[in-house]
Ligand binder design. Structure first.
Ligand SMILES: O=C([C@H](O)CO)[C@H](O)[C@H](O)COP(=O)(O)O
Length: 215
């Protein structure tokens, strides 16, 4: 199995704390995600700052675009994003717009299936349009209501879409093995790292667990 990637969800609102957290976990993660609240609060300058500080890391901007796909995402790809997210619920025209913007910058598009009713259909159509990553995502509010991403991950993995699958939603040390075995290629971790007494130590543990599960 190809080594799954670990994506660190940087979900603080504070610019300096976000960069400091990135510095702590950098040795153990493959992708820095600028989370949705963080990008709304800090804007494109944070993308530029992380791009300059980490030229070799993958950088995902969790725009969760809902409209004006090409227009909104284009600026973030130009600033250095490798991946931007677009909501599956936005519809195919918006998804196509983000994909068009990504192609202009030789970058990638991730579909976020959060709150999509027919996830299989949305994933299939998005992949036909050219999306490279399908994101299974139980958001923070849904997590608080007791939901998990595991059932959806199994359903989407079974489709054999031939693109990478990302999984997000409360993934922690105890569930890393399960999601790797279910077929996730990108493991997104936020609170289990930034909420730990030592984020660096938590990220190191997760790296070890992901690599062991994939071995
Ligand atoms: O995308 C996220 C959330 O919707 C806020 O934008 C989180 O970054 C994602 O859920 C990962 O964080 P954890 O669930 O805390 O691991």
């Amino acid at each position: 199995m190809a080594r799954p990637l670990i994506q660190m969800a940087l979900d603080s609102l504070d610019f300096d704390q976000t960069v400091a957290l990135a510095d702590q976990v950098a040795p153990y993660v493959d992708i820095f995600e600028i989370g949705t609240p963080c990008i709304k609060y800090n804007g494109i300058n944070l993308v530029k700052a992380l791009r300059q500080r980490y030229p070799d890391k993958l950088l995902l901007v969790d725009l969760k675009t809902m409209d004006a796909g090409e227009y909104e995402a284009g600026a973030f790809y130009a600033a250095g994003a490798d991946i931007c997210t677009v909501l599956g619920v936005s519809g195919l025209a918006t998804i196509a717009g983000v994909i068009k913007a990504a192609k202009k910058h030789a970058a990638e598009t991730q579909i976020d299936l959060i709150n999509v009713a027919d996830k299989a259909e949305c994933a299939r159509e998005s992949v036909k349009l050219g999306a490279q990553i399908v994101g299974i995502h139980t958001g923070l509010d849904a997590q608080a209501a007791g939901q998990t991403p595991f059932g959806d991950l199994n359903d989407i993995a079974r489709l054999g879409l031939g693109v990478r699958i990302s999984v997000a939603g409360g993934i922690k040390q105890a569930t890393v093995q399960q999601v790797v075995e279910a077929g996730a290629n990108i493991i997104v971790v936020g609170a289990a790292i930034y909420g730990a007494p030592s984020p660096a130590e938590a990220a190191r543990e997760i790296r070890e667990l992901v690599d062991a599960a994939a071995a």
